[in-house]
Write a protein that binds this ligand. Structure first.
Ligand code: ADP
Ligand code: MG
Length: 242
């Protein structure tokens, strides 16, 4: 079943066309990767899915229902999150002066039941023990990798059905990035969360994914199973340094 269906969308910033006629889909239970160079439009696409940037044309459906349209009947970001989509934004956007625990509370903004919030937090501390050990510490005292884990945990507080990750490995050491991707794999397999991730680290992203898309200058130029893209000559030349 298709979880997310992006139908021929275009997005502009003033006179700059950032996405042109992009169509893609994410099947339920999959990890799907979008790879592309800096400036290709990857963040724009994720931001469009959660309603942070408007569509010029096209439509985005979640579980068969439109969530973003080019006209006015678009859901707000708040409603999109409530429907079960969570975004871990590029650069993490953690609240540096808040503690780890306060950051997780922010991710639970739509949950009213305090005992559920407490249970979700305990789940996160079990899954990311370093966060449990640091829950009363200010986020700025965490390493970059720990902050990325916290940003992911914060997104998981809302029990999303679809998790969007914008360059989870950005600026982190290779071993830490591998750790984060291992966690993403577990979130997908054990918690049955569908994952759509955007990465410049194409090799790791495609190795981790069931399916992948290549975005160049706002257009999808290639799509295939992750392993096929890894063996694709154009992908190897442009993105894998082969
Ligand atoms: N807020 C903005 N205002 C104007 N142009 C933007 C804005 N955000 C992104 N762009 C432009 O849109 C294009 C795609 O950017 P982006 O989606 O951030 O790419 P990526 O995430 O792949 O690096 C780039 O040319 C970028 O300069
Ligand atoms: Mg980006």
């Amino acid at each position: 079943m298709e979880k997310l269906n992006i139908k021929d969308i275009s997005v502009s910033y003033g006179n700059i066309r950032a996405l042109s006629g992009v169509s893609m889909s994410v099947s339920e239970g999959d990890i799907v990767a979008l790879i592309g160079a800096n400036g290709a439009g990857k963040s724009t696409l994720l931001n469009a899915i959660v309603g942070l940037v408007p569509l010029v044309s096209g439509e985005i459906d979640f579980e068969g229902e439109p969530i973003c349209l080019s006209k006015h009947q678009k859901l707000t970001t708040d409603l999109i999150v409530r429907k079960g989509i969570a975004l871990v934004p590029e650069g993490r956007h953690v609240f540096a002066d808040m503690t780890v625990e306060e950051n997780l509370d922010m991710g639970a903004f739509m949950i009213r039941d305090q005992s559920l919030i407490d249970r979700k937090k305990e789940e996160m501390y079990d899954f990311f023990p370093i966060l449990g050990a640091r829950k009363k510490q200010k986020t700025r005292s965490l390493s970059g990798g720990e902050q990325q884990m916290m940003a992911i945990a914060r997104a998981l507080m809302s029990s999303p059905k679809l998790l969007l990750l914008d360059e989870p490995g950005l600026g982190l050491a290779p071993l830490i990035v591998q750790d984060i991707f291992n966690k993403i794999k577990i979130i997908n397999e054990e918690n049955k969360v569908t994952v759509f991730l955007v990465e410049q680290n194409a090799r790791l992203a495609l190795r981790t994914s069931d399916y992948g898309y290549v975005l160049e200058n706002g257009r999808i130029v290639l799509q295939d199973k992750g392993e096929n893209l890894l063996n694709n000559e154009m992908v190897q030349r442009a993105y894998l340094g082969a």
